[in-house]
Design a protein around this ligand. Sequence first.
Ligand code: ZN
Ligand code: ZN
Length: 248
Amino acid sequence: MRFWITWVFRQIEEWILPYDCVICLNISDQKRDICQTCQKQLPYLLYACIQCANSLPDQNSLNQQCGRCIKNTPYYDRTIVGFTYTTPIHAWIKQFKFHKKGIYANILCQIYAEKLIAYYQLYPENKPQRLISVPLHWRRLISRGYNQTDTIARYLSKALNIPMINSRHIKRVKFTLPQAQLSRKKRHHNVLGAFKVKKRIPIQHIAIVDDIFTTGNTVNELAKELKKAGISTVSIFALARATRSCTV
Ligand SMILES: [Zn+2]
Ligand SMILES: [Zn+2]
């Protein structure tokens, strides 16, 4: 009954207040705040390393590792990202992360979830059993007021029908400087020992959800701890990837 009431109200709301496209500002031709034409022009990451999602030159490089992953294999096994971290994604994630603009989170999550759903329809055997968002240290949580990756993880959990793991099991025990303020070299040391998994996790495959994948040091450190806790496969889900061209 409650479902039907919500549904009826949503239909009325959409009829009275249609969605406006956040890019061209016209009325959207779909039930989201972006029109189909603008959505098609977003900077999708199409060809990327299967393990770290570093951009690769062309279609022939699909399902391959990049040179860096072959040379220095990370703890995580697979990374799937939605977009390259360029305009307008760059600004949208900032609006969402620092100003809590949920409208951008909705658009990004909706489109990204569609990509993941399509992927797991093709490769159901690769689907993780649980999701976890990258935990924030309590001091950062207090200063920011919320964990933006939790919002993304909750959305994806619902859309993909993958339960989230209880966040009490995994803690960020070290207060680290924001990675964006550090050189690539210092980022690795900054996050060393940052996470603690409190007990053994009896599942095979987990996906870590993050907003932006830059060097991958943070998720790699968390993946290392998850593997110590007994997990055999770790996937990374990130809305966007800061790219640097790399050949196989
Ligand atoms: Zn538009
Ligand atoms: Zn790679």
